[in-house]
Design a protein around this ligand. Structure first.
Ligand code: NAD
Length: 365
């Protein structure tokens, strides 16, 4: 049975419009192949919204997103708005949309495909075959706790950041991670600092309790310092990592860099239920905006995540991912992935190749 999905699309600024255009064409290709249709509503966010609407996050954009099954975002920002006051900065729109949509779980996959092994700063034998996912809690912990700044009784300038986690906050992110592990290789590493932090001891207790509901997923615990080390020593040991906000902020960047190129990194931020916002990890790349040379693959891979995690279209998600890897295997590269600029493809050409490959894979199914 074919379905219709409502997708909110927020291209944003800089290369955002170019890469999102290719990602939307991938959705159109899915429609051609499956009959599932996507009703797309466009909204403004970031710098373009500041210029047009006087705010980085217009209410109309929030409404479009709330009415949708999932959101696809490009990137925001650029030098034009760099010196604006806080409430008129493009990033304020990003934080606002995450809050307005209740996005509490951030998913950052790090997949090393064999044809890009040379792009990593680590040895090929260490990174070849890496395929892991970092699940980061996004709305709690020390980033959101009360902050204080005062002079203590000895006259020292002193600062406090409060780290609070409630059991229900921990439970929902741990459950999300178990659900994701179930869709992958069924191994979950919960990362904490339970030898020192009380919040981590709560985290570990909840992980153990929830784990009883997932007997098919192997749960282990790692201290954050050990995990940081293992990620560069032997990253292939990981399938899914789940951790709190600040540890996840750091580990997800570390994990992402195993794979070398920013133009390849996709991400998802999930709310309760199946709703999610999908976006490339990179920014609006003002230095190459408008030149038609941005790599659209991170955004196209974000669409694959959308199909898998919000729309339950696993097969189609896999087809997009396989098409991306096949295009890279065939030696095609955008400028960020090759030193040979004369052979570099443009954004539209790369998108076109991925769609042609999807078609081939669909026909040969
Ligand atoms: P950036 O990720 O935009 O660019 C860093 C470098 O990577 C640049 O040289 C750029 O050309 C290159 N690059 C990035 N994406 C690429 C792609 N798809 N293909 C080819 N090359 C690519 O980071 P930045 O330069 O620090 O930030 C630029 C702007 O983006 C700033 O205004 C920043 O605030 C904003 N930003 C937005 C987001 C977001 O929207 N989520 C994230 C990071 C930065």
């Amino acid at each position: 049975m074919t379905k219709t999905f409502k997708i909110a699309v927020l291209p944003g600024d800089g290369i955002g419009t170019e890469i999102v255009a290719e990602a939307v064409k991938v959705l159109e290709a899915v429609t051609e192949q499956t009959g599932h249709s996507f009703e797309i509503s466009y909204g403004r966010i970031g710098g373009c919204a500041i210029d047009e609407d006087g705010t980085p996050l217009p209410e109309a954009t929030v409404q479009i997103c709330k009415d949708a099954d999932a959101v696809l975002l490009g990137a925001v920002g650029g030098p034009k708005w760099d010196n604006n006051p806080g409430h008129l900065r493009p990033e304020t729109g990003l934080l606002g949309i995450r809050k307005a949509l209740g996005l509490f779980a951030n998913l950052r996959p790090a997949t090393m495909h064999k044809s890009l092994v040379e792009a990593s700063s680590l040895k090929p034998e260490v990174v070849s075959g890496v395929d892991l996912m970092v699940v980061r809690e996004l709305t709690g912990g020390i980033y959101f706790g009360e902050k204080k700044r005062y002079t203590d009784e000895n006259g020292q300038d002193t600062a406090e950041d409060l780290l609070i986690y409630r059991e229900d906050e921990v439970e929902r992110i741990i459950r999300s991670a178990f659900d994701i592990a179930r869709k992958r290789n069924k191994r979950l590493v919960s990362v904490d600092k339970a030898n020192v932090l009380e919040s981590s001891r709560l985290w570990r207790k909840v992980a153990e309790r929830v784990g009883a509901d997932y007997p098919d997923v192997e749960l282990t615990h790692q201290l954050v310092d050990s995990c940081a080390m293992q990620l560069v020593r032997a990253p292939k040991q990981f399938d899914v990592i789940v951790t709190e906000n600040m540890f996840g902020d750091i580990l997800s960047d570390e994990a992402a860099m195993l794979t070398g190129s920013i133009g390849m990194l996709s991400s998802a931020s999930l709310a309760e239920g199946s709703f999610g916002l999908y976006e490339p990890v990179h920014g609006s790349a003002p230095d190459i905006a408008g030149k038609g040379i941005a790599n659209p693959l991170a955004t196209i891979l974000s669409v694959a995540m959308m199909l898998r995690y919000s729309l339950n279209l696993d097969e189609e998600a896999g087809r997009i991912e396989n098409a991306v890897w096949a295009v890279l295997d065939a030696g095609h590269r955008t400028g960020d992935l090759t030193d040979d600029r004369s052979k570099a493809l443009g954004t539209v050409e790369m998108g076109q190749l991925v769609r042609e490959e999807m078609k081939k894979q669909f026909v040969s199914k």
